[in-house]
Write a protein that binds this ligand. Structure first.
Ligand SMILES: Cc1ncc(C[n+]2csc(CCOP(=O)(O)OP(=O)(O)O)c2C)c(N)n1
Length: 680
């Protein structure tokens, strides 16, 4: 192995050595503890340390890194104390995730490390969002994300690299090509000669380097960092290396030819670097023994503290409290955003509270959404809009028409066609104190951004206390003759995911207030807006900047015979039905928020009539009506005078033909269900 120290001082060479050695010695100790049954699982990075350590030391300490499961060297080189890391691996209270996450699935804002989710690829686009934040603030900083060779086959790899290239983001992508993805060798993973060749397809520069040579990694990443900052572009580095142990310790290595281990053990990054340091006269063999002995001593001392952990606190209340960032955190986050965005605010000359006028106007639902978005953009200079065709074109429904002229292209961003990467980028923006609203062109397309929403956005706060300040606008619903992929009601998918909030206004007034509240909320919010209501529903709306509280239902109309609990288009179906049937006294509750539900108002609604019809446009099975019905029967049984009925759409995809669609929609069965309920 050839080492080129270039102009590096002896001290730097030594520093690289101690950082390189430490994770190896920690791992060797972990393997002993594993055999002794003192730890339960271990993903080894033995043989790959030069990549983690070289890359980390080449960056500034406040530049975000997105490591994976073999990057112990990132965590140690960023100065995380071993005792706390050990507590994390043991899953105890005082680790980095209060016992909620395993191994390396955690992050730390203090150390600028973003925790991975098991799905690997989603890490990459988060780096895009962080780099975008730096770019928007004109900061000289990069972000760096890792992937394995296996991970490069995920769509997320393609999306993240493409977005970084198209948006000219200073992101360093590092592939650790260690020959295998679990048991799958690289010849069953891809067909290009080198993975770095893919960069060309993205219009990106790349390089293939020896990942076992710490000086090569360090020097390359430093040079690439300069390039990314100077050129304001991403860069792909493929580090050739080898996984010297099994995928994880329990899974064995039978599928790996023995010769490969022999070949690569000859290329051990530490052994070679030690020989180089001796040859340079930087360290003697005796000094190397001393460094090793001192590190082993440190490890023993740290583990002693690590083993002294108190067991986890098991408290349902504490667990539930940590699923969402609280209002208290909202103000703290707001404060830190205000500080970190002070320069931006000044530049844009905005951010002062909007003056109240007290005026009202009669506008359509679509206008109310636009106004809420526009006022939020004025209120928060750190708010970024992203979506397909939302810039000059104004979005598929023209909600952001004129926004580019008003707020500029930096904040109103057209995206490539890649929902997953944009949700990931939104999370990255959030790490750096930005807010974002992403427009799904149609709610149906959320399926291709699903993983980032339900696994990353939704869980990150519970896992390691990082807020995901993101709103996803979801143009939803049928009745517009648009067929199975432009008409779905998919809100129930998200209601089942702790960590998300789901709002679904039915009136212009609520549409504006709930959107503003969603943007002010530090948690990820899915904001459903019904396309058929955009231009068909109007109402009086205050011109002022105001919030409609998330989690509060609206009592639409009082009645004595039956209660209809509904939301979205269902509110209008119920109101129209009540108007057409003055002989029936109908009570209507508009849920407005589906997660969290307003159980207090639901209870009152049940008590008012004792007969409940749950009405929604979503299909019957697994729809939110089933959940509310279960809750009512558990908590309001004594108030009921009839079984709880559900009126929902047919359990089929949404058909295109107008007559078929009418038949599909719950509205076509509303009269039948109301009459049935009245007969009890
Ligand atoms: C989406 C997804 N599919 C499958 C897995 C299971 N899995 C975990 S790690 C891994 C192999 C990853 O290989 P690679 O990206 O080369 O990284 P390495 O483990 O070699 O460092 C697989 C298949 C997963 N975690 N996520």
């Amino acid at each position: 192995m050839q080492f080129d120290r270039k102009d590096l001082l002896d001290d730097t060479l030594l520093q690289l050595y101690t950082h390189l050695l430490y994770p190896r010695l920690v791992e060797e100790k972990m393997l002993v503890l594993l055999r002794q049954g003192k730890i339960s699982k271990w993903f080894s990075g033995i043989g790959q340390e030069a990549i983690s350590v070289g890359a980390t030391l080449a960056l500034q300490a406040d530049e975000w890194m997105m490591p994976l499961h073999r990057n112990l060297g990132v965590f140690t080189a960023r100065g995380m104390p071993l005792h706390k890391l050990f507590k994390q691996w043991q899953g105890v209270q005082d680790g980095y995730s209060k016992g909620r996450e395993r191994s390396f699935h955690f992050g730390s804002k203090e150390h600028h490390i973003c925790g991975m989710i098991s799905h690997l690829g989603p890490q990459l686009a988060i780096a895009d969002g962080v780099a975008l934040a730096h770019k928007l603030r004109n900061e000289s900083k990069v972000s760096l994300a890792f992937t394995g060779d296996g991970g490069t086959s995920e769509g997320d790899f393609h999306e993240a690299l493409n977005v970084a290239a198209v948006w000219n983001l200073p992101v360093i992508f590092i592939i650790e090509n260690n020959g295998y993805g679990l048991s799958t060798p690289v010849n069953e993973q891809y067909r290009c000669a080198q993975l770095a060749d893919r960069a060309k397809g993205y219009g990106m520069e790349s390089v293939v380097i020896d990942g076992n040579n710490i000086l090569t990694v360090y020097d390359t990443v430093r040079g690439v960092r300069d390039y990314c900052l100077r050129e304001q572009k991403p860069y792909l580095i493929e580090c050739m290396t080898f996984r010297m142990r099994g995928h994880e310790e329990a899974s064995g290595t039978k599928y790996v030819p023995k010769e490969l281990f022999e070949e690569w053990s000859e290329r051990d990054p530490i052994k070679h670097y030690e020989a180089f340091l001796m040859q340079q006269g930087v360290l003697t063999a005796a000094q190397i023994m001393d460094v090793r002995a001192a590190q082993k001593e440190t490890i023993e001392a740290e583990l002693k503290i690590g083993f002294e952990s108190a067991p986890v606190n098991v408290s349902a209340t504490a667990e539930l409290e940590d699923v969402y960032a609280s209002l208290f955190q909202k103000s703290i986050l707001q404060e830190s955003n205000d500080i970190s965005n002070a320069a931006l605010n000044e530049e844009l000359g905005e951010g002062a509270p909007l003056a109240a006028t007290g005026r009202e106007e009669n506008i359509r639902l679509i206008d109310a959404i636009k106004e809420g978005l526009q006022q939020s953009m004025q209120q928060h200079p750190n708010l970024i809009l992203m979506g397909q065709d939302i810039a000059e074109y104004g979005g598929a429904f023209k909600i952001t028409e004129g926004f580019v002229q008003q707020f500029g292209k930096a904040r109103v961003r057209n995206t490539p066609l890649c929902e997953s990467a944009i949700v990931g980028a939104a999370l990255g923006l959030s790490l750096e104190g930005y807010k974002s609203v992403m427009e799904m062109q149609f709610a149906d397309f959320v399926t291709v951004g699903f993983n980032q929403i339900v696994n990353n956005l939704a869980k990150i706060y519970y896992r390691w206390g990082q807020a995901a300040n993101v709103v996803i606008r979801m143009p939803t619903g049928g009745g517009v003759g648009a067929g199975p992929f432009h008409s779905q009601s998919n809100e129930a998918w998200f209601v089942h995911t702790p960590g998300l909030k789901v709002v679904y206004p039915s009136t212009p007034e609520d549409a504006k207030g709930l959107l503003i509240a969603a943007i002010n909320d530090p948690n990820p919010v899915l904001y459903f807006e019904h396309k058929a209501l955009y231009r068909s529903v109007s109402g009086v709306v205050s011109e002022d900047y105001y919030e409609t509280e998330i989690g509060k239902a609206r009592h639409v109309r009082s009645g004595e015979d039956i209660s209809i609990i509904t939301y979205g288009a269902g509110v209008h179906w119920a109101e129209d039905y009540a108007a057409e049937h003055p002989e029936i006294s109908i009570d209507i509750l508009d849920l407005r928020t589906l997660l969290p539900l307003d159980y207090e108002e639901i209870k009152k609604c049940v008590q008012r009539t004792g007969k409940v019809l749950l009405l929604h446009e979503d299909t019957l099975t697994g729809g939110i009506g089933g959940e509310i019905s279960a809750w009512i029967s558990e908590h309001c049984f004594e108030s009921l005078d009839a079984p709880i009925l559900r009126c929902a759409s047919l359990d089929t995809p949404v058909p295109f033909n107008v007559e078929l669609e009418k038949n599909f929609l719950a509205k076509s069965r509303l009269d039948e269900m109301v009459q049935k309920l009245l007969r009890f």
